[in-house]
Write a protein that binds this ligand. Structure first.
Ligand SMILES: Cc1cc2nc3c(=O)[nH]c(=O)nc-3n(C[C@H](O)[C@H](O)[C@H](O)COP(=O)(O)OP(=O)(O)OC[C@H]3O[C@@H](n4cnc5c(N)ncnc54)[C@H](O)[C@@H]3O)c2cc1C
Length: 383
């Protein structure tokens, strides 16, 4: 039973971004006097996704890890290699383990109320923000929204909107076909069919793994096409062992340099995927959300208008060029990624993708990609 309908902060959505933010605020004594409402429509009791990310050495999510790898496989048309990524490791968390841990933490913060409801609109016409759900009307001085709709970004033409879309099967095989020491980061040795298509393979043991058919392209496929591609890959690349499908996951992550921050107001900010925190060129969102949440919490202490918070960095320009290329010639992904992995160390590539490289290192990475594509894309943007 909620005693008041008025809060200092309302966080909408208890997914990765909402839970990370609620936890960061809940454990920070600076916000002890703030009342916070976290609204979520789903029970969050199923393993609806797995999150992978890389980091150097140990990290705050280690107690939650399902597994991790010190080596990744890259498969191109000519270049195929297992790549040692030390001092990085590639780590995986199951959604269900994350939800359980973070919902438990949030339950322990006396200033945070969790409510299971569906938000229907957010109204910011007055100095306080009104949030209507199917059951109630709430008000708050600040709202953090993680509901994402593709139509918000699809209306404009300035920035191409691609999607990282995929279906994955968790399988158990009769024969030992997986190499549990190597995560299959990108395997382009499959028909490209005019797009950027690759297989992403996460082995959990010799007999268990996730096989995910992934595209960086504009339009989704019919579900049968993802499934046929996975079945074919298991037959051709995993020794054709008999197997059972134990679970499935699917998703679509926006890949766009669209200015998501333009939707923020002084009292309402979009967070997570809705806030443009998915890296446009790769779809990796989890670690970006961790970093942006920490920056947002520091920013909140300054009590500035929320629409002055920005996460835009120089890497945005590089992402823009890659997306422009893939939008015009969607089959260039395999050539670009193959050239990069062939010429540069995985450590440098991972550092670049997590946006920690120096400008000199950026140039080393970009110069390893086919130059003509990037020069043409740059000219097209400039003139
Ligand atoms: C299957 C899958 C696998 C992924 N794997 C990776 C990965 O390996 N690495 C990585 O970096 N990124 C990955 N991503 C991308 C990204 O990290 C996730 O999508 C992440 O969950 C985004 O966090 P979020 O909080 O923005 O959105 P979500 O986690 O989707 O949270 C939004 C929440 O809002 C709730 N909600 C929506 N509408 C309403 C409403 N009207 N009222 C109330 N609540 C509402 C939803 O139920 C949900 O809980 C993956 C995405 C998917 C779908």
């Amino acid at each position: 039973m909620i005693e008041s309908n008025s809060f200092d902060f309302i966080i909408i959505g208890a997914g990765a971004a909402g839970l990370l933010l609620a936890d960061a605020i809940g454990k920070d004594a600076f916000f002890n006097s703030k009342s916070i409402l976290l609204i979520e429509k789903d029970a969050k009791e199923s393993n609806d996704r797995t999150w992978c990310f890389w980091e150097r050495g140990s990290g705050q999510f280690d107690p939650l890890l399902y597994t991790s790898w010190n080596s990744v496989y890259f498969g191109g048309k000519q270049f195929r290699k297992n790549l040692d990524i030390a001092p990085y490791s590639y780590k995986m968390i199951r959604g269900i383990d994350f939800y359980k841990e973070y919902l438990g933490r949030i339950d322990s913060y006396s200033n945070i109320t969790f409510s299971s409801e569906t938000v229907v609109d957010i109204n910011n016409e007055t100095s306080s923000v009104i949030v209507n759900t199917t059951k109630n009307t709430y008000s708050a001085s600040k709202v953090f929204n993680s509901i994402f709709h593709y139509h918000d970004i699809a209306k404009q033409q300035k920035f191409p909107v691609l999607q990282q879309h995929f279906t994955g099967w968790f399988i158990r095989t009769e024969q030992p076909v997986f190499d549990p020491n190597n995560a299959g980061f990108m395997d382009f040795t499959i028909p490209q069919k005019g797009n950027t298509r690759f297989m992403y393979v996460l082995p959990f043991s010799e007999n268990e793994g996730l096989v995910e058919y992934t595209l960086f392209s504009e339009d989704l496929l019919a579900e049968e096409e993802y499934e046929a591609a996975i079945a074919s890959y298991i037959n051709t690349h995993l020794a054709g062992s008999a197997y059972v499908i134990t679970d499935k996951e699917k998703g679509s992550i926006p890949m766009s340099c669209y200015n998501f921050e333009a939707h923020n107001t002084s009292n309402v900010i979009n967070i997570g995927t809705a806030g443009g925190w998915s890296k446009p060129s790769t779809g990796f969102t989890f670690m970006n959300t961790v970093r942006n949440t920490a920056s947002l919490v520091s920013f909140l202490k300054k009590n500035k208008p929320l629409n002055t918070f920005s996460t835009k960095r120089r890497f945005w320009y590089y992402d823009l060029l890659l997306l422009d290329i893939l939008h015009r010639k969607n089959d260039r992904g395999q050539i670009i990624f193959e050239s990069l992995f062939k010429k540069r160390s995985p450590q440098l590539i991972l550092k670049f993708l997590e946006e920690r490289t120096s400008f000199w290192e950026d140039l080393q990475v970009i110069s390893a990609c086919p130059k003509k594509d990037f020069i043409s894309a740059l000219f097209r943007r400039l003139f």
